[in-house]
Design a binder for this molecule. Sequence first.
Ligand code: SF4
Length: 243
Amino acid sequence: MIMLPVTEVFSSIQGEGPYVGVRQIFLRLPGCNLRCPYCDTVTQTLQEFRLERDPGSGKFSVFKNPISVNTLSQLLQNYNFSLHHSISVTGGEPLLWASELRELLPFLKEKGIKIYLETNGTLPEQLLQVMPWVDIISMDIKLPSNDDNLWDIHKSFLRLSLQKEVFVKIVVQEDTKLVDLEYARDLIAEVDPLIQTILQPVTATRGIVTPKPYQLLSWQSFFLQKLRNVRVIPQTHVFMGQL
Ligand code: SF4
């Protein structure tokens, strides 16, 4: 029996990136291989996880962790798939659970719902394991000031992601360095200048400051020198009070 730990399952509105506003089922999985300073996500595996009983109701049932993939599949069937644009498989870093997702995702695809993978873009081998069932890849590029130098691994990941619909998201803060943005921009341009790129101003937290409007405009212009489709989109679910 394949078991999978879960953080939470709920129905809500996508708050980030080009799909902002669509209704999704969120399957949040624990664990992450990075430690971003602005991280607002619970990444440890808890003894229990919560699942929203009626989509959008905010009323949750509690289940023990880990749960069998078969049981989780049954629970997900309670959601009306036709109401939802896609299921967002998110984390933490969901590709840490690639073997388990290989069991779960085919079931979901069979039921006719799209798979939207939100990933930090650092586990290319694991991406290959689940690629057949993924429709949309939301890939973060983590700037070196946020973590170790991840450029090479991000480039490999992005090249593989071109097999599917992919967009890149870069979280920027007031003290983001232009040299880091230049590396990120040139990396994307080398892979494909048409890849949609989102500059996401950080939601202020623990002394990390949101960029000023003039910085965002200037950085967008800088990216547009080499890329064709660059948008600035903040985390909209935060000011909507959504999960
Ligand atoms: S990759 Fe995402 S979940 Fe992991 S530490 Fe960074 S922000 Fe948090």
